[in-house]
Design a protein around this ligand. Sequence first.
Ligand code: 5GP
Length: 116
Amino acid sequence: MTYDPDNIFAKILRGEIPSNKVYEDDDTFAFMDIMPRADGHLLVIPKTPCRNVLDASPEQLAAVMSTVQKMAQTVLRAFSADGVTIQQFNEAAGGQEVFHLHFHVLPRHDGVSLRA
Ligand code: 5GP
């Protein structure tokens, strides 16, 4: 599987389309999901081209997971959440819609389901 440099998250990284940035460092970028399934639903992506986990280098995974952990801790506090769901999909059959590696970070509250 190849990486399409015109996928929507690559365009966000290049500043060609807007996003609500939450966090950025040398290797990763975090921004709000445009169709949040929970209040505070955000996405964490590597800045370098990567289709999904199947295509990722150990360095990309380490950098992204470090930011995922930071963001999970941040939304837990910011949304007074009871827990955090971390989701990730690979290829269309695995539920992936945007083909740039991303992790969903979703603050969760006891008894509250994710929106569709
Ligand atoms: P997945 O590939 O993990 O199934 O889903 C892609 C996610 O990207 C969805 O949650 C969707 O709402 C989000 N998304 C798709 N297009 C955009 C966009 O242009 N901006 C932002 N911020 N999120 C997007």
